[in-house]
Write a protein of this length. Structure first.
Length: 525
């Protein structure tokens, strides 16, 4: 049942059970807070969210007060502002003057609220401040600065309530209270870096990001994590074509507020020294760089020659690392354009990490998408076709077959092929055997969609152009389809998806607009 109330003169209606922090947000009013986090239980210890409620003699904390019909709430009256000033002075009494060297600068709630509500010098001399631990190594990914901590307990509650590992607690009393590890413990659970995201100040910082970039220089692009089939929503923080960090983006249907460490630090894979930056053709048993126009002409001629010589001599293989758009165009190109059979695979290591929270055993972002597009898993059939000599030419897209089949076995299979085309982001032994290598954009460098394990279709967006002359997969496949089979060219990934929605029932009715930032389920999920 909805509740209607007034906040700072604005009437707002919110669902039953909404606290005043979120009710004010719905009315366009910010209620400052430190300890409150929507994904954790209410602690109510920072007192920063105090508001005035008509007919109540004392100020109330907005985080633990539910909206009710007829409430009149004021967040900007003098006594509320004075209470916030007092809270800030209390929190800053022993706080160090670290702002110029603190990684939280630019996204620190102490800085923001000080400018909004306090703006006065400390009454405590610097030399009289209580000193605590600085730059403490508390785990694989996290550093702790106890002097900067305001004891909001968000990190403690996260480790108690979400990961259930309870590595951190509050020790000592009074102004000597501090966050610390329990004896003989380290912060090494699979979701440890989430404490950095939820820390409102600079007490918990990520080792990987420390002193790498000031946040106000970074651009943010919404995307999806590709390390497993869960498809956690993320923001890519980047600058000048370099990714500096992934941070979780809220999606109540997928990952809520959280992100595993494996996914969080996976961006390093797309920035490896093994990136393929230019197309290559084999000349005198060596791969040499050539312009795109030349490689497309050569690939088109060679594939068409094989198609002419023998029906079914060509095959294509694509992995579940490809987007829906890439998989659709690839399947059309191979089956309709070249008369070959399309195979797919969704490979994960035998010891793939997983749990009952976010980490899935399937380490591919689009296994469900390939199935919805009708591209069946057929790696064994492909290998058999090569071994018997039925398959003479192979087009491998985002498919490191050497890793999946074993390098020795694929080396033997590769020797039986007359022509091998590899399109991928990184160089690997499979690409080393190819007659043509086509550089493809990584997921942060292209537009498209993935379908997660629960059948939710989600957008990825181009954060920045691919390096070198690498090309977006959908664009490369569209160009080849136009050249090889006179398919209609596509001007955007959006246009490719629109074609998918009209040709494949599971995607019926979907569009980039309807998918939005939170994703949308398949028609037959």
């Amino acid at each position: 049942m909805a509740k209607t109330l007034e906040i700072d003169g604005r009437t707002v209606t919110v669902p039953d059970g909404t606290n005043l922090v979120h009710a004010a947000e719905a009315a366009g009013v910010e209620v400052p807070h430190y300890c409150y986090h929507a994904g954790l239980t209410v602690a109510g210890n920072c007192r920063m969210c105090l508001v005035e409620i008509e007919k109540m003699p004392k100020l109330q904390i907005a985080c633990n007060t539910l909206a009710n019909d007829g409430m009149v709430v004021r967040t900007q009256v003098d006594r509320v502002k004075k209470a916030r000033e007092a809270v800030l002075e209390f929190l800053l009494i022993n706080h160090p003057i670290d702002c110029p060297i603190c990684d939280q600068a630019g996204e620190c709630k102490l800085q923001d609220y000080y400018m909004d509500y306090d703006r006065r010098p400390s009454r405590i001399p610097l030399e009289e401040k209580v000193h605590k631990g600085k730059a403490l190594d508390i785990g694989t990914h996290v550093m702790l600065d106890q002097e900067r901590c305001i004891l909001c307990t968000r990190c403690v509650r996260f480790l108690d309530e979400v990961t259930h590992t309870s590595e951190l607690g509050i020790f000592n009393r009074g102004d000597h209270s501090e966050i610390d590890l329990f004896p003989d413990r380290k912060l090494e659970n699979a979701y440890s870096a989430n404490v950095v995201d939820i820390c409102p100040v600079g007490a918990l910082t990520a080792k990987d990001f420390r002193f790498k970039a000031r946040v106000w220089y970074l651009e943010h692009t919404s995307s999806v994590c590709t390390t497993c089939a869960t498809g956690c929503n993320i923001d890519i923080h980047h600058r000048r074509g370099q990714i500096y960090r992934f941070r979780p983006r809220y999606n109540g249907e997928v990952n809520q507020y959280w992100l595993c460490d494996e996914g969080r630090f996976s961006f390093e894979r797309s920035q490896s020294e093994h990136r393929i930056l230019n197309p290559f053709l084999r000349r005198a048993d060596q791969l040499v760089p050539v312009p795109w126009a030349e490689v497309v002409t050569e690939v088109a001629r060679s594939l068409l020659d094989l198609r002419t010589k023998s029906a079914g001599a060509l095959a294509g293989v694509i992995s579940a690392q490809a987007t829906n758009e890439e998989a659709y165009l690839f399947a059309r190109l191979v089956s309709e354009g070249l008369g070959g059979k399309v195979h797919s695979f969704s490979w994960s290591p035998p010891d793939a990490s997983h749990d009952d929270f976010l980490r899935d055993r399937d380490k591919n972002p689009n296994s469900r998408g390939l199935a919805a597009l009708g591209i069946a898993d057929g790696l064994d059939a492909l290998a058999q076709g090569i071994e018997t000599g039925d398959v003479k030419g192979l087009f491998a897209f985002r498919a490191d077959l050497g890793r999946v089949l074993g390098h020795e076995r694929f080396q033997a299979l590769g020797d039986k092929l007359d022509y091998l085309v590899v399109a991928d982001t990184d160089g690997h032994p499979t690409a080393g055997l190819a007659d043509a290598v086509l550089p493809v954009a990584a997921f942060a460098e292209t537009d498209g969609t993935f379908t997660n394990r629960r059948g939710r279709v989600q957008r990825i967006r181009e954060a920045f152009p691919p390096p070198g002359t690498a090309m977006a997969g959908w664009k490369m496949l569209s160009d080849l389809g136009t050249r090889l089979a006179h398919f209609n060219a596509h001007a955007s990934a959006d246009g490719v998806f629109a074609e998918i929605a009209t040709s494949h029932t599971p995607f019926a009715g979907l569009s980039y607009t309807s998918i939005g930032s939170a994703g949308a389920p398949l028609a037959k999920a």
